[in-house]
Design a binder for this molecule. Sequence first.
Ligand code: HEM
Length: 450
Amino acid sequence: MVDPRFSVLSEDFAADPYRYFAGLRDRSPVHYEPAIDSYFLSRHRDVKRVLTDHEAFTTETLQVRAEPVMRGPVLAQMTGAEHTAKRKIVVRGFTGQALQEQTRAVHADAAELVAPFLSRGRMDLVNDFGRPFAVYVTLDVLGLDKHDWQQVSGWLNGVGEFITSMGLTPERRRHCLDCAEQLEAYLAPVIEQRRRHPGEDLISKLCTAGSDGIAMSDRDVTALVINVLVAAVEPADKTLGLLFKHLIDHPEQLAQVRQDPALLPAAIAETLRYTPPVQLVPRQAEQDAVFASTVVPAGATVFCMIGAANRDPEAFSAPDTFDIHRQDLGTDRSFTAAAQHLAFGTGLHQCVGAAFARAEIETVAALLLPLLDQVRYSPGFRYRETGLYTRGPAALSLDFTPVHEGAPAVAEPSPPSCPLQGRPAPYPPLFQESGPAVHTTTTPTGREQR
Ligand code: HEM
């Protein structure tokens, strides 16, 4: 039996939920949490059932949990033709030609943001680089001013806190709503301008969707833009931090990825399976439903525990082992509707940004790995993760061999202002394209050998 005093809201669980997942799956697969009157499901098959049975489990809960800070209905709340049509616009905005251009922007933004840290030989990958990078890049690909990233990041923190909190004080609730209102006010003139002068960016496409027969009000556009901003930013720095943590903890796999960059997508997919940054996905039961002989009553809130489902031995062999070579994951399908892991959800509301997330993390990791020579935890650094709903490293302080500007280049000469001077050429970009700030040089020391 699971200890009757056990709670997913406890500090022990928050410190390391992975310690409890096997017990939950085996002995309490339908865990009731009285303080928030909600059910937590931990088995892969149950989570999959909830996320794919759209009649029995709806996204009604988002009306209270997300809509107030999204300033309107989000994609995950929609159903039927409206959902299909609006989802299609967002998908088009993050795949194909658009994705190729976005990948170039990701590359350039990452090179710019990492540059100040290279000569120091130390960087907190989450707070110095990951969070700024996630906001900067998302603003950039949405056609917003990336230099506003600090202000937008603060507002997004408030919006995210509202959605992911299990209990807000009235003061925090007010703060979160203030953040959402300020974000809405920030977007209003941009939307007005894109309606008058549409470009190629996603906001323009949402504004001009009327020509596809899906006229969107300013409120609809605002909600979808905030939806995409939060959805894209929140998991990005977490995934990057977790990827580096797992590779540093498994030096032989780090060496293999350095040796063969084609393994990076597998390392990203395995990171998402092993430690999904989105840990909980809420649904509402529309009718009584039975799981493992336990009735979840109609109207109940159900939380799908993605982290527990991804470690279910019925779905993955040796699930508690991080293994970029695992046969039961399937790297390419891991970023599609056929994924066996549930880090992007599944069913109608499966993540629309999976292809972009893969390209984003692959591009930035491919850029960073050769630059962070001899990468390791900084002396005295203590790893800690935070978050019940979305989860990732609180910080990731890394030491590496400092990059000295002006180190002799023995291959092609580099532009003098290049921030990445003095390191071996990064891995080839995803698309045959030379990123603006990265060039072909080698150093006398060459790439890290492990
Ligand atoms: C590693 C990165 C990411 C992870 C782990 C992730 C995870 C998820 C999950 C679990 C869902 C399902 C939510 C549900 O069923 O209620 C979801 C949906 C969604 N994601 Fe992502 N996401 C990531 C990146 C992105 C990016 C980069 C974007 C934007 C470009 C994005 C946009 C969305 C949207 C709009 C939805 C709602 C889709 C719908 O309801 O049809 N996500 N994501």
